[in-house]
Design a binder for this molecule. Structure first.
Ligand SMILES: N[C@@H](CCC(=O)N[C@@H](CS)C(=O)NCC(=O)O)C(=O)O
Length: 203
């Protein structure tokens, strides 16, 4: 069986969570780094895999998927013997799906705004930062009660959700994970995981 191909620009784009999950699942993969400057994101061959010219995309023996959360849902289910996803009939499955979708659809939508502050005037930056801070206070209402009472998002233990969340949260860590919070302790725990270090998720 040929290894799963991961298309990305670098180790630290949104492919980080896919690579980390594959490591935790002990599944071989091949990195294909696209050079944006050379137009490789927009080549006709790549557009066939991802019509938007974005990353990550995986090709698993002809099964092609983009959207990092969908990729992680697919992989954790496909290799379910490793138990990084609750089974379909497990009562925790609903919570699992909720957090997996939350990680990109709700959390990353806010966190990603931190990456677009460059080039803005001071006034625009302050306006934007106030908005992000306000939104993070709302996000914390969902996240912090969970992480202040348990080590992982699911009470059953480490799962694919923790990978998704740990890959996204650091982008707005100052607002989402103040010192002493359950979220800060969670990130510390995730940063210590050998396979996260191996694939340089937190570099
Ligand atoms: N929601 C998508 C977002 C994908 C996305 O926007 N990826 C960025 C890189 S992290 C990208 O490809 N940007 C296009 C570019 O930089 O040209 C996911 O989670 O996979």
């Amino acid at each position: 069986m040929s290894p799963i191909k991961i298309y990305s620009m670098a180790l630290q784009d949104r492919s980080d969570r896919v690579r980390w999950l594959l490591e935790e699942l002990h599944v071989p993969y091949e990195n294909i780094f696209l050079k944006k400057k050379n137009g490789e994101m927009n080549s006709p061959e790549y557009r066939k895999l991802n019509p938007m010219g974005r990353v990550p995309t995986i090709n698993d023996g002809g099964t092609v998927i983009h959207e990092s959360a969908a990729i992680c849902l697919y992989l954790a289910d496909k290799y379910r013997q490793v138990k990084l996803a609750p089974e379909i009939n497990d009562p925790l499955r609903a919570e699992y799906l909720q957090w997996m979708v939350f990680s990109t659809a709700t959390l990353e939508c806010v966190v990603a705004k931190m990456f677009y502050l460059d080039g803005k005037t001071e006034a625009e930056k302050n306006f934007e930062l106030n908005y992000i801070k306000e939104q993070c206070e709302i996000l914390k209402l969902a996240i912090e009660p969970v992480l202040s009472k348990q080590d992982y998002f699911l009470k059953s233990g480490f799962s694919a959700i923790d990978i998704m969340m740990a890959a996204v949260l650091p982008g707005a860590e100052e607002f989402l994970a103040p010192a002493g919070s359950g979220t800060a302790r969670f990130l510390e725990r995730m940063r210590a995981r050998p396979l996260a270090k191996k694939v340089e998720v937190f570099a």
